[in-house]
Design a binder for this molecule. Structure first.
Ligand code: 5GP
Ligand code: ZN
Length: 112
């Protein structure tokens, strides 16, 4: 399958991995927008947040639990933002569901 993040999971494209288990994969973003900026993705190829269903949604809760664990390990305190851009207008550029985690700087709200 011609998917960048599936290739990263498969190890065909190198990444700076933080964490991996049977359901998800976490790695640093190549173009960080904060002192801490990593991505967590399900191993299952789901194209975006709009394709989360009752059937495949368990991984989303798991990912949030993994994020809580990783941020603790990275010492971000309890201050971080989780973002999943869905669709072009929201800024989605990779068609594999991913959760950005941004931390260690003040983050404006609402985002631009
Ligand atoms: P989106 O724009 O779809 O919300 O987020 C995609 C993210 O993937 C961007 O923040 C971008 O910097 C990151 N990204 C794109 N290509 C690569 C890559 O090859 N490796 C890594 N680690 N991140 C990537
Ligand atoms: Zn994929």
């Amino acid at each position: 399958m011609d998917c960048l993040f599936c290739k990263i999971i498969a190890g065909e494209i190198p990444s700076n991995k933080i964490y991996e288990d049977e359901q998800c994969y976490a790695f640093y973003d190549i173009d960080p927008q904060a002192p801490v900026h990593f991505l967590v993705i399900p191993k299952e190829h789901i194209t975006g947040a709009n394709k989360i269903t009752e059937k495949n949604s368990a991984v989303v809760g798991h990912i949030y639990a993994v994020i809580a664990k990783i941020t603790k390990e990275l010492g971000t305190g309890d201050d971080y933002r989780v973002v999943s851009n869905c669709g072009k207008m929201a800024g989605q550029t990779v068609g594999h569901l991913h959760f950005h985690v941004l931390a260690k700087r003040n983050l404006a709200w609402p985002p631009g």
